[in-house]
Design a protein around this ligand. Structure first.
Ligand code: 13P
Length: 329
């Protein structure tokens, strides 16, 4: 099977426009109506895209939304594997990724071939694959999970022997919550989360000693251990509601999340955990999509996600099994 995550060799020509942001947003709205299109955005997208999207959420919420939309076209503002999941859940719809540079180094860390090699060493284990993976890898897996349901997914398995791929930080965190299972973990990471150290979070906490620390489970163990809450990006919105008297929250995830938190909770303060206004907690792939890319994507109906029927069928089974399991939060 070929891997679809890696962008093509010949770089596409991206158009440029001088249209101001308000005009681009108006044109995007017009094109959405004309073409019966929906814009889905991940919580890490630039604020302007989060604000114009019909739905903004975490990987699980976006997959669910993609599976039930009535639209003819889904413009997916996130990264490639997320748009693939939308195509898998809605194979008859046209799914567009506005910028082909929106990859994911964590997803690229496992290929169908490397998964196959690994499975041969553990023939009795059940493969649980984080959605940050290509469609081909999902198709070779028994079940998927996201950070919002990983613990429940692993707990739901009949088999006590589990291969967890590709994120080793999420895998370790899940294994700690489900000690009754033997969880063997692949050696991939999200570089944006893995770069953060507890020392940086502690130094930010010294500036805000009363703050509640919320971390994504893709963070390293030392960070997760000092967090008050560990959850998916949308789980963070629910976590804040548990602390109505807290004034400040330190957020250990990609900095796009700060926008959603500030929008929903305008009277509370949200600070990036790296102590440098989120400049390290910045995913270059998530931030590559600009407003003009969304506009050109809708104008020219590009870049369409195309997957083999066989891959869709296999990956869909793994995603549907996941969706039958409730969220952790
Ligand atoms: P969520 O599913 O929590 O939104 O996380 C997605 C992701 O890619 C984290 O790096």
């Amino acid at each position: 099977m070929t891997q679809t995550q890696t962008p093509p060799q010949a770089a596409p020509q991206y158009h440029q426009t001088d249209l101001p942001a308000e005009e681009l947003i108006a044109q995007i709205d017009r094109l959405k109506q004309e073409k019966n299109a929906v814009v889905l955005a991940h919580n890490y997208q630039i604020p302007e895209i989060q604000d114009l999207a019909d739905f903004t959420g975490d990987s699980l919420g976006l997959s669910v939304e993609a599976s039930k939309t009535e639209a003819d076209i889904i413009v997916f503002c996130g990264v490639h594997f997320m748009a693939e999941s939308a195509k898998i859940m809605s194979p008859t719809k046209k799914v567009l990724l506005p910028h082909l540079g929106a990859g994911c180094s964590l997803a690229d860390s496992i290929t169908p071939e490397s998964l196959d090699d690994w499975k041969q060493d553990y023939p009795d284990h059940t493969v649980v694959t984080y959605v940050n993976s290509t469609a081909e890898v999902k198709a070779e897996s028994y079940i998927c999970c996201t950070s919002a349901n990983a613990v429940s997914v692993v707990r739901s398995l009949d088999n006590d022997k589990v291969l967890f791929t590709p994120d080793r930080n999420l895998g370790r965190w899940v294994a700690e919550q489900v000690p009754e299972k033997d969880v063997v973990i692949y050696d991939g990471v999200c570089p944006t989360h893995d770069v953060l150290r507890a020392a940086s979070v502690k130094s930010t906490h010294e500036d805000y000693p009363e703050a509640v620390i919320i971390a994504h489970p893709e963070c390293r163990q030392d960070v997760v251990e000092i967090a008050h809450e560990v959850c998916s990006t949308t789980g963070m919105l629910k976590a804040v509601e548990k602390y109505p008297d807290a004034k400040t929250f330190i957020i250990a995830t990609e900095n796009g999340m700060l926008h959603q938190l500030r929008l929903r909770f305008p009277h509370q303060e949200f600070v990036a955990a790296d102590g440098c206004i989120g400049c390290r907690l910045h995913c270059p792939y998530m931030k590559i999509t600009a407003l003009q890319d969304v506009y050109f994507s809708l104008c020219e109906e590009r870049y369409e996600i195309k997957l083999d029927d066989e891959v869709i069928a296999g990956a869909r089974k793994a995603l549907e099994r996941m969706m039958a399991v409730p969220r952790d939060d």
